[in-house]
Design a protein around this ligand. Structure first.
Ligand SMILES: Nc1ncnc2c1ncn2[C@@H]1O[C@H](COP(=O)(O)OP(=O)(O)OC[C@H]2O[C@@H]([n+]3cccc(C(=O)O)c3)[C@H](O)[C@@H]2O)[C@@H](O)[C@H]1O
Ligand SMILES: Nc1ncnc2c1ncn2[C@@H]1O[C@H](COP(=O)(O)OP(=O)(O)OP(=O)(O)O)[C@@H](O)[C@H]1O
Ligand SMILES: NC(=O)CC[C@H](N)C(=O)O
Length: 558
């Protein structure tokens, strides 16, 4: 019989995989294992579906992809013949009972156990029932060098299905949980509460390992941690950074107690949101192979914060900012845009749109004769800008960063095939007031990992002036929309909280304004379906989280 050890060194590999890059993910796993071995680890815990990258979505339906993942898992298991640390690594596995979201547990050159996720999340951003079958039954703990380890997978610890309790009843001494848990604001507290609740139910320490990195709209923020059997935080890894941290666990009577591990400080609200946007943009651009990006810099707040995010994420040499003035562009805007580009140190070009806009107007003179000038002509300005940005993108291979905030995306205050052109939107899930808050925050701090300069990178005048699209004389956003603090509150009630009109009015809002905003929200669905993806920051983003019909006559009238 294996002698029970008194000490166990568990490494948590909080790494940034790329979905579909099975060979690259395996290489990362190997590097982390070598690192963990140097730090004296007995076992390395990776995150959910690490070899595939999470979430692999419909890739799991491809037999060739499953084969590649299975082969990588076998190869990695064979590596453990070197006598170094054992591994718990996530991978999809096709078995007789179906295709499972699984882990393989390997040691001594062999797979000593497989475990399948039992509770497949199918809400919000998750769609796992579409591609996976749930594990057929709760399988007991795995005996690893004399320690009985339970391995529930992510959602398995979120519901009330009693998986942790059952593992404890079948003799587990500690639970190691691989996760693919996407960021939303303050989610860390939610995760801690979920794990504390399970620790109370099962009486065992739980190690929670979370993925890092951007995957399309989702940001995995890492922040892996453990809660001891005494219900206190045993260790806390950093948020938004990759790391391989070794934690030391000692046997004390019946319990494993963490005696050594990191205790990283978790960023406050604005910093966390800013870093999520930065990581999301960086990973989208790099993982999709773009060398650089381009955006229209108008002298307004939205394009200014997007420019700051791009420089912080990619470096000033990888952003080209383009000011495209027309007859309504103010001197202030020209100055603000230039000041912003100078403060950020990025390339700044001026491409006037007078000729293209006049060209379009000229071509349409006859057809439009006798009609009133209005939105059509305004939109031509936006479309001329969008076309120029796409031309720059085509010529230099730069991806267009699009800059619509959540308030605008909610009510359709953006031009289709105009300022909505672009590949990715780092502020898509930030309401306008949050854009202001993050801009002020960024002027006072440079976040860790940012490549941009310190100081006032978003000129104060941009923050202080009334927002305007400058598509006609003396236009401000508030000609068409309620003040942003009012709009954002109504939108948060409608979008995130799915509240009824009566309840929103009861908060002190004007009924006509609320019903108008509700209407605008519904009729802008067609625009959002054609919009670029962007970073998810809230509990409910426009994308995977919110699936409203485009054709929709429902209006809430109490
Ligand atoms: N249900 C539906 N399904 C499919 N397509 C639908 C549709 N409803 C309209 N459409 C199409 O969409 C068109 C209207 O959308 P669109 O062409 O975007 O034009 P529209 O939404 O009418 O105008 C753009 C709005 O964005 C505002 N804005 C604010 C800030 C900045 C900027 C800027 O551009 O810089 C613009 C601008 O003031 C204006 O209110 C219709 O002509 C029609 O072709
Ligand atoms: N004169 C301009 N030069 C370059 N890009 C422009 C110009 N006007 C608009 N754009 C692009 O179109 C986008 C939408 O314009 P909009 O005026 O709504 O936003 P903004 O100027 O960044 O911020 P704000 O909404 O505060 O004015 C801008 O973010 C910018 O990318
Ligand atoms: N991948 C998962 O199973 C994640 C589900 C879990 N509720 C979370 O958000 O962390």
């Amino acid at each position: 019989m294996t002698k029970k050890p008194d000490i166990l060194r568990i490494a948590v590999a909080q790494l940034n995989p790329t979905v579909g890059d099975v060979a690259g993910n395996l290489a990362k796993a190997r590097e982390a294992r070598a690192d963990a071995a140097r730090q004296g680890a007995d076992l390395v815990l990776y995150t959910e579906l690490f070899l595939a990258g999470y979430p692999p979505e419909d890739l799991v339906l491809k037999p060739a992809f499953l084969k590649a993942c299975e082969r990588a898992a076998q190869d990695f298991a064979a590596d453990t013949a070197d006598g170094g640390p054992g591994v718990i690594i996530g991978t999809p596995l096709k078995r007789k009972s179906g295709t499972h979201n699984s882990i393989v547990f390997a040691d001594g050159g062999k797979i000593i156990a497989e475990r399948y996720k039992l509770d497949l999340p199918n809400y919000g951003e998750f769609d796992e029932k579409r591609v996976f079958q749930a594990g057929p039954e709760i399988q007991g703990p795995v005996n690893f060098r004399g320690v009985r380890i339970g391995v529930p997978i992510c959602e398995d610890i979120w519901g009330d299905v009693g998986i942790c309790e059952t593992l404890a009843e079948s003799g587990a001494e500690i639970l190691l949980v691989p996760n693919g848990s996407p960021y939303y604001r303050a989610k860390i507290d939610v995760r801690h509460q979920v794990v504390i609740r399970q620790v109370i139910e099962c009486g065992l320490p739980i190690i929670y390992a979370n993925q890092l990195g951007g995957q399309d709209e989702l940001i995995f923020d890492g922040a892996s941690f453990a809660i001891g059997a005494d219900k206190t935080l045993a260790f806390q890894m950093s948020q938004f950074e990759d790391a391989v941290d070794v934690t030391t666990w000692n046997r004390q009577g019946d319990h494993w107690v963490c005696s050594q591990g990191p205790m990283s400080k978790i960023p406050e609200r604005e910093e966390a949101d800013y870093r999520a946007c930065m990581l999301g943009l960086r990973d989208y651009v790099n993982k999709n192979g773009f060398k650089n990006v381009v955006l229209g810099l108008s002298g307004g707040i939205d394009s200014a914060i997007c420019a700051a995010l791009a420089v912080d994420a990619l470096g000033e040499e990888r952003l080209r900012a383009v000011m495209m003035p027309y007859r309504y562009t103010s001197k202030d805007s020209l100055k603000d845009a230039e000041d912003c580009a100078r403060a950020l140190g990025c390339r700044y070009d001026i491409v006037p749109i007078f000729e293209p806009v006049e060209g379009f107007l000229h071509a349409l003179t006859q057809m439009f004769e006798g009609t009133k000038e209005g939105i059509t002509e305004e939109n031509l300005q936006s479309r001329a800008r969008g076309t120029i940005l796409m031309a720059i993108s085509n010529k230099f291979g730069s991806m267009v960063v699009t800059t619509g905030n959540k308030s605008e995306m909610s009510v359709g205050y953006a031009t289709l095939y105009g300022d909505m052109n672009g590949g990715f939107n780092p502020i898509k899930d930030l309401y306008k007031m949050q854009v202001y808050a993050l801009s002020r925050w960024r002027n006072s701090r440079v976040p860790p990992g940012a490549l941009g300069p310190s100081g006032e990178v978003i000129p104060k005048n941009i923050i202080d002036k009334a927002p305007s699209a400058e598509l006609r004389e003396n236009q401000t956003d508030q000609d068409s929309l309620p003040p942003y603090p009012v709009l954002d509150d109504i939108l948060e009630c409608l979008v995130e909280n799915e509240m009824g009109v009566d309840d929103i009015v009861a908060r002190g809002h004007d009924r006509a304004t609320v019903t108008r905003i509700e209407h605008l929200l519904y009729i802008a669905e067609y625009k959002r379906r054609q919009a670029a993806p962007g970073v998810k920051i809230t509990r409910k983003n426009f994308g995977r989280d919110r699936r409203y019909p485009i054709t929709n006559r429902f209006r809430d009238r109490g």
